[in-house]
Design a protein around this ligand. Structure first.
Ligand SMILES: [Zn+2]
Length: 337
């Protein structure tokens, strides 16, 4: 337990705890009085109900115009989410705030058990949370294909499977009040379906994953723990004629994985990844150019001044901060041509 700071708790109790939380949340939802139901969104709304919305910024009673706006938001969202969602797409469509919180607050995520393609993850909780861990369920939709197609080894099949469309659910309030409706209408909800439009919390229906889901998706995206776990499930399923398998992670294995997985996972969108690899390419090119540049300072020639002129002021300032002479800068500029 010392390796996880105590948040992981007993894995054997994880599924029971998740089910208990889901049941309590469902009871609370069924008793909630101010739900805007689908038939009301489509027009059968009794203005006497005086439900509120935050569409446009401030909280106020909702109008027929709002209902029309909600219907448009549903259409736009369904179009945006057409064809399901992958781990990469969850990260790409998320709010930056949620990615930042996932990065700075949710240190770890680990698979606890799998029933066929449905995998329960446990994540640590944020600093202000009432609980010490959260439960995220991910359903890998192409599980059956990964098991049956004998063209790949279990590990290859697992690495393919984790990049395919999936469904997900989280037990936190952010998922419940902001995103469960979005995942339900997008067709990738792996928990209780949400029929109530989020008129107060998320009337524009933007974003898609809470910080726990994003942390889990970053884990799914990176080869490692998740691929190994899925390959175990696939191996067992291939040994059964019905292609089914249940796998439970032992406490010891989970703690060993968490201890080996101490480095913070980068929560990145596709754009972040492209920027990071472009920056790395630039750094390598610059290092090569510096290595190739003449080491002895030379007098700037008219030609070197002309070449240096093709850099902008900020680039020139950066290079001179790095201690390069004008002729070295010219050599870099020429090397980049
Ligand atoms: Zn969550």
């Amino acid at each position: 337990m010392a390796t996880t700071g105590g948040w992981l708790g007993k894995l054997a109790g994880a599924a029971g705890e998740a089910n208990k939380r889901a049941a309590a949340e469902k009871a609370e939802r069924l008793a909630a009085p101010n739900i805007l139901r689908p038939n009301e969104v489509s027009g059968e709304y009794d203005a006497g109900r005086v439900l509120m919305t935050t569409l446009g910024g401030e909280i106020r009673p909702l109008t027929a115009d709002d209902l029309a706006a909600f219907r448009r938001n549903i259409q736009t969202t369904q179009k945006r989410l057409k064809g399901g969602i992958t781990a990469r797409k969850v990260l790409d469509l998320s709010w930056k705030d949620d990615r930042d919180r996932a990065q700075s607050q949710i240190r770890q995520a680990v698979p606890a058990s799998a029933s066929n393609g449905r995998v329960r993850f446990v994540t640590s909780a944020g600093p202000d949370s009432k609980v010490s861990r959260h439960h995220v369920t991910v359903e890998f939709m192409s599980y059956g294909a990964a098991v049956s197609a004998g063209t790949k080894t279990p590990l290859q099949a697992a690495n393919w499977l984790r990049k395919q469309p999936l469904k997900f659910d989280c037990d936190c309030e952010r998922h419940t009040f902001w995103f469960r409706y979005v995942s339900t209408i997008g067709g990738f909800n792996a928990g209780r379906a949400e029929t109530g439009f989020p008129k107060i919390r998320n009337p524009r229906l933007t974003g898609v994953g809470c910080k726990h889901v994003l942390r889990v998706m970053a884990e799914v995206e990176s080869a490692g723990t998740v691929a190994l776990f899925l390959s175990k499930v696939i191996t067992r399923a291939r040994a059964n004629d019905d292609g089914r398998a249940t796998v439970r992670q032992t406490q010891k294995d989970a703690e060993a994985q968490l201890a080996a997985n101490k480095r913070a996972r980068n929560i990145m969108t596709t754009e972040d990844r492209q920027k990071a690899s472009a920056a790395a390419r630039d750094r390598r090119a610059l290092a090569r150019a510096v290595a190739d540049a003449p080491t002895r300072p030379e007098k700037p020639t008219a030609a070197s001044r002309r070449m240096a002129g093709s850099l902008n002021k900020a680039q020139l300032a950066m290079l001179s901060r790095m201690g390069l002479t004008e002729s070295q800068i010219a050599a870099i500029t020429a090397a980049g041509k």
